[in-house]
Design a protein around this ligand. Sequence first.
Ligand code: SF4
Length: 375
Amino acid sequence: MAGIYIHIPFCKTRCIYCDFYTITNETRMDDFVKTVCIEAQLRKKEIAESVHTVYFGGGTPSRLNARHFEQIFETLFSQYSIDPNAEITLEANPDDLTNNYLKMLHDFPFNRLSMGIQSFDENELKFLGRRHSARQAIDTVAVCQQNGFDNISIDLMYGLPAQTIEIWEKNLHQAIALYIQHISAYHLIYEDHTRLEALRRNGKVRAVDEELSNQMFSLLIDLVTENGFEHYEISNFAKYGLYSRHNTSYWNDEKYLGLGPAAHSFDGQNRSWNVASLTRYIEEINNGNLPSEIEHLDIYTQYNEFIITRLRTMWGADIQQLKSKFGEELFNYCLMNAQKYIENHLLKIENGNLKLTREGIFISDGIMSDLMWVR
Ligand code: SF4
């Protein structure tokens, strides 16, 4: 089984914290869609197996129109073997999802919406540079549900500079009240080269302290799981087993093909990534070249990726698989380094899987880096 990711690099405006490859000039959208279809044809041989997830990510894929989706789906269905039950996700911004737009989406096989809401607090939304209001986000979820979308995920953000635990709690209660199926909640990160990071450097904003961050994370886990969501990955919560199948396949080392500028691919042994420039992407693909770089993953890199992806999930790392895949040396290395965390109840072995405990989740980065192989 395999997945396809399509990076739609357009955003109407840019949020202050974002470091994804996006552009706000939408004039080349038609050329981009035509080019993505050419890339899908050129790379057809890379995915012979059945495709069980298709993910339109970005950027803001909800900037595309019916004609664009028609071209992309026609290409995908003619070139790849798309499973009839494939999970097909559209990332969307609430302000794009009007009633008419949602009706148009029904002409296509989308069965999952992932909405970047981030907050239900007007001040936070303004600070982050989001284009929608809290009311708009709440109403949009209802309109999506009225239009028959029954697998909806929202993104939330915590650890914002002026955020209090009370504001975060209100955001969480509002999210839970929407009767959605999935919540992804990320701590705000001060990424290099973002306006947010410049504000921090100039002393205009201050990062929240670690204690408050931990309180917020703890509240997130408690409130969301008490309300019927499973905490299946450090930042992801799903109802009734409605995990993101696309993201779960990343954590399970399944193959995926990334189309579009800056999109990443994985073929089981190698990672590759397309050039992060729309102009170069269009130029090269239209000349029949793939503008990408490739990195072969040696056994140690594969082991490190196994540790950081598997331990992030509630299923953990299967230790027998660890032994058979990476051999005695890395197996022993992992268990030897895990021992002190197991003794301190930060890691546990359950049903043959090495997992983070609830306490371990709070220092997961440190634990994972300790288990990783260092040359
Ligand atoms: S809408 Fe999403 S991709 Fe676009 S700038 Fe904001 S965070 Fe980045």
